[in-house]
Design a protein around this ligand. Structure first.
Ligand code: ADP
Length: 169
């Protein structure tokens, strides 16, 4: 039984994240999507809102589950008995950041293996921060996020959500 975790902010989840979830769920027996709740970061959506969106979007796959983590990911993985961490990579910039992160995680727990999945080309430009900025100016984000996320973004900015430059991702 090979379990993997896919951690991230998912603020909000994009078609790029969902693509990685679908592909990773096709490789591993179980995939746990881990929504990060980092008190140092400012999010547009609460952890519960982000987790609920992913559950609605990926819940049709029996081997995908979603949880929230507000601790160090390596400690969390140890408790869950998960040794594989999946991260998505859009290009060299992502790779150098992800590589350093994987080295840090390896230093904290040498048994953790990070698996990098390259983005599918059609999702290459998708980035939560850019999508929030677009949405805040009522730009067209269809084709970047699923309709329920587009609707949630519209709602947030209608409510006068955090300005995208203040939120982290
Ligand atoms: P972070 O975890 O750095 O806060 P995100 O929550 O946005 O960033 O992303 C979670 C993971 O999903 C990261 O590994 C990130 O590289 C990956 N990712 C984000 N967008 C895409 C995309 N369009 N294609 C592939 N991977 C992506």
């Amino acid at each position: 039984m090979l379990k993997a975790a896919f951690p991230g902010s998912f603020d909000p989840p994009t078609l790029g994240h969902l693509n990685i979830i679908q592909r990773a769920a096709g490789i591993f027996d179980e995939l746990l999507v881990v929504v990060a709740e980092n008190r140092q970061k400012k999010y547009l959506f609460s952890a519960e809102e982000r987790a609920a969106m992913i559950r609605r979007l990926a819940g049709d796959r029996a081997n995908v589950s979603v949880t929230i983590c507000d601790s160090l990911i390596v400690d969390f993985l140890q408790k869950q008995g998960i040794k594989v961490l999946v991260r998505g990579v859009r290009g060299m910039e992502d790779f150098s950041y992800e590589f350093e992160l994987s080295m840090m995680n390896k230093a904290l727990d040498s048994s953790i293996e990070t698996i990098f999945m390259t983005t599918d080309p059609e999702y290459f430009i998708l980035r939560s921060s850019a999508i929030k900025e677009l949405a805040s100016f009522q730009g067209n984000i269809s084709g970047m996020v699923p309709p329920l996320v587009a609707e949630a973004l519209k709602e947030k900015y209608r409510e006068g959500g955090n300005s995208p430059e203040k939120s982290t991702k």
